[in-house]
Design a protein. Structure first.
Length: 419
């Protein structure tokens, strides 16, 4: 008896749940419409940039350290960015430890060169002294041979002949040694000149290092506001970092009369950007401030930068206005004007749908929709220009109608043929 009661009850409950899910839970979809509009149509590229001075004076560290095989220099001290400096004010202190090692090596070379000069002087003095003694001895020998010749006139012809021969030999030997002495003097002078040249070279190198070491304390070349140099990744240089000997720039003194906004455009939009295009510029720090500018440079090669998912291209925008509010590193919003049409018929992007490489809109035809092919023009972030296919009187669906089976399709080619 209980089973007969339970089974029908379960069936009723299941049927009720099924009806609720299929009927009671359903709701009608509300169709949204939009009408085409005619008016100004703007295509732009919006980016975020950063201000910098177009012209600035670089503050550099030592520029001759590569001559001593030094590639990098570490910054020990650096005054705060934004400091107003005067000409000759302290800016930065660089680590001298590596250049000090070069100075010590040069001082050792100098000592060695001085020793060589002293040794060369002693050697030449000793050698030339011996040569002069030898010449004196040869002069005495020559005098003795002359006496022997004078005394041999009472001797036999053979003795006289021998005495003459000995005199001639002594004369020629003296003449030869005099020439040798002159050569030795020149050799000594050349040797001494060589070692003295090395000594002067060592002295000059020490002076050059000492002068270079003074440049490790960096001073402002002019007055202005100090701005740190940027690294390749956009980060600012700080104490403890190294600067390259190839580009030893520590900071800059910007000229605020002409400012630029440096921005980066993704590889999809960069094809639209050209030199000379006008730009509307806003300042994040001063929202009410509106500036204008133009594109002055577009990079040919993309780069992968921090905080960007894809390759970007650097774009430089020169600002037309000069304002005391403008400061380097301020964030800007840049609207690069790509194209502007005064009177254009355009519709929201949501109203256009692509089907088999063709573009369509769904427009209301009485109580039912029809599918109309359209010819598109320029596209911006929100709208698209329609050249053919719709009029101002049309009501366009912003979403695809629920039931499109058997929907009527209106093709542009057929309509043009009929017209």
């Amino acid at each position: 008896m209980q089973k007969k009661i339970i089974i029908p009850t379960v069936i009723v409950i299941l049927v009720s749940i099924s009806w609720f899910l299929t009927k009671g839970g359903s709701s009608e979809t509300v169709d949204l419409f939009a009408a085409p509009t005619v008016g100004e149509f703007v295509v732009d590229v919006t980016t975020t940039g950063e201000l910098r001075a177009k012209n600035s004076q670089e503050i550099k560290g030592p520029q001759g350290v590569r001559d001593f095989r030094i590639n990098n220099m570490r910054i020990q001290r650096l005054i705060p960015e934004g400091t107003i400096v005067k000409k000759g004010d302290f800016v930065a202190e660089l680590d001298r430890s590596e250049i000090m090692g070069k100075l010590q090596d040069a001082q050792l070379d100098l000592q060695s060169a001085q020793s060589q000069v002293t040794q060369a002087q002693l050697d030449s003095t000793l050698e030339l002294s011996q040569a002069r003694d030898n010449l004196i001895n040869l002069e005495f020998a020559l005098e003795e041979r002359q006496i022997a010749v004078d005394q041999s006139k009472y001797e036999s012809p053979a003795v006289q002949r021998q005495a003459v021969i000995d005199l001639d030999k002594a004369r020629r030997q003296l003449a030869q040694e005099q020439k040798n002495y002159e050569t030795k003097v020149k050799q000594a002078e050349a040797k001494l000149s060589e070692v003295e040249t090395e000594l002067i070279k060592s002295q000059n190198e020490i002076k050059k290092i000492q002068d270079l070491m003074k440049e490790f304390t960096v001073f402002a070349p002019d007055q202005g506001m100090l701005i740190y140099r940027r690294n390749w990744d956009g980060s600012k240089i700080t104490e403890g970092e190294q600067i390259s000997a190839w580009s030893p720039v520590v900071a800059e003194l910007p000229d605020f009369t002409v400012m630029e906004s440096v921005t980066y455009v993704n590889e999809v939009d960069i094809q639209k950007v050209e030199v000379g295009q006008l730009v509307q510029i806003g300042l994040d720090a001063v929202p009410d401030k509106k500036l204008t500018g133009k594109v002055t440079d577009v990079a040919n090669i993309g780069e992968q930068r921090k905080n960007y998912d894809s390759k970007v291209f650097e774009v430089t925008i020169e600002i037309h206005e000069s304002d005391s509010l403008l400061r380097p590193a301020m964030t800007t919003s840049n609207n690069i004007m790509i194209s502007k049409i005064t009177d254009a018929l355009h519709v929201p992007l949501e109203a256009v749908h692509a089907v088999d490489s063709l573009n369509f809109v769904f427009k209301r035809d009485g109580l039912s929709p029809v599918m109309q092919q359209v010819e598109l023009g320029l596209i911006n972030e929100n709208s698209v220009i329609i050249h053919q296919g719709v009029t101002l009187e049309d009501q366009l669906y912003l979403t695809v109608p629920n039931d499109t089976s058997g929907i009527k399709k209106l093709m542009l080619s057929q309509q043009l043929t009929q017209n």
